[in-house]
Design a binder for this molecule. Structure first.
Ligand code: P6P
Length: 336
């Protein structure tokens, strides 16, 4: 008897669409194109050690980071897979300073914007640490014929969808379209993402804290108080928490989403807004986390309510289990 294949992500997306009779199918088509881009990046990432895509291109991106060849490749794949679909009015990438217009040779009039980090955590590539693609989808709101910066500078709460693909011991797609969070594991033998984690709910309270403590000398008292709280021995509140920090946002976030816990990238004396980007890192992960029952704040304000002012703006990020985020919020409110 042949084995039963589970629910593919394509079938799941079409099923979700059935809940919206007025849906044109454009969003489903957009998600399915993203799935294909993820499969192509998966193939490159899993072969990186074998073919010449490891190593640096010698260029630097807007983040001032050396661009790894796989970064470049992933960025090109995302753009090439999405730019001719007629579904997008414009794109924004961590790797590119300005918004990416849809060339005149491609179908115009797309209803959505796509902002993405093509390969986050790329500094870990050569150490074979899990890395990921993060994406965020909004509706076009400007009257301009093509997408404009205004279409990207929308609050995270207005996202149509958000997700990530994590390239690790297995490759997984995790996404939300506002109807819960669903995880799909790639079965390389058939090249399909199969539903493996339906309706992900993150534990209300965790046992893990994730932060780069090498920055503690630059943190203000409130942040040091937060970290010390999670490190304090107090059996009644399940403390101390375990410290887990990979230094790859998607990997740290994904572990905490499933196990519970708090990931923090605070602002500090040198970088008051921290390191992580709002539009294609903090905001999509915050949407996913809230949909899974968790929460996400910057320096006290809910990430999803921040009105963006720049394409690549950074924000402090405290994200994870709801009770743990509330603890951060209380400490951050002290002495403000
Ligand atoms: P740090 C990777 O470069 C990244 O952008 C995120 O994936 C990760 O969470 C963060 O930076 C790690 O930064 O300063 O702790 O090395």
């Amino acid at each position: 008897m042949p084995e039963r294949i589970g629910t593919t992500v394509t079938k799941h997306i079409v099923g979700m669409q059935r809940g919206f009779p007025e849906a044109s199918g454009d969003f489903s088509a957009l998600m399915n194109e993203l799935v294909v881009a993820g499969k192509v990046i998966h193939r490159a990432v899993t072969k990186a050690g074998l073919v010449d895509v490891i190593g640096k291109t010698g260029e630097t991106n807007i983040q001032g980071e050396e661009v790894q060849k796989l970064d470049d490749f992933a960025n090109i794949i995302m753009i090439q897979k999405m730019d001719h679909t007629g579904l997008l009015c414009a794109m924004a990438s961590e790797e590119i300073d300005d918004i990416i217009e849809i060339a005149d040779k491609h179908p115009q009039g797309g209803k959505y914007t796509l902002a993405f980090d093509p390969l986050d955590g790329s500094s870990n590539i050569e150490a074979n640490v899990s890395i990921g693609t993060i994406f965020s989808v909004h509706r076009k709101i400007s009257d301009a014929p093509k997408g404009t910066l205004e279409d990207f500078l929308q609050i995270g709460r207005k996202q149509v969808a958000a997700g990530y693909i994590i390239y690790g011991s297995s490759t997984m797609l995790v996404y939300t379209a506002g109807q819960g969070v669903h995880g799909f594991t790639l079965d390389p033998s058939i090249g399909e993402f199969i539903l493996s984690h339906p309706n992900i709910r993150t534990p209300k309270k965790g046992k893990i804290y994730s932060v780069n403590e090498g920055n503690s000398h630059k943190w203000d008292k409130r942040v040091n108080d937060i970290i010390n709280y999670f490190k304090t021995d107090d059996e009644a509140t399940g403390r101390p928490y375990s410290s887990r920090y990979i230094g790859s946002l998607v990997a740290d976030f994904h572990r905490n989403l499933l196990y519970g816990g708090i990931f923090m990238y605070p602002g500090d004396a040198k970088n008051p807004n921290g390191k992580l980007r709002l539009l294609y890192e903090a905001s999509p992960l915050a949407y996913i986390c809230e949909q899974a029952g968790g929460g996400a704040i910057s320096d006290g304000e809910n990430i999803l309510d921040i009105v963006p002012t720049e394409l690549h703006q950074r924000v402090p990020l405290f994200i994870g289990s709801r009770d743990d985020v509330e603890i951060c919020k209380r400490f951050l409110a002290d002495g403000k």
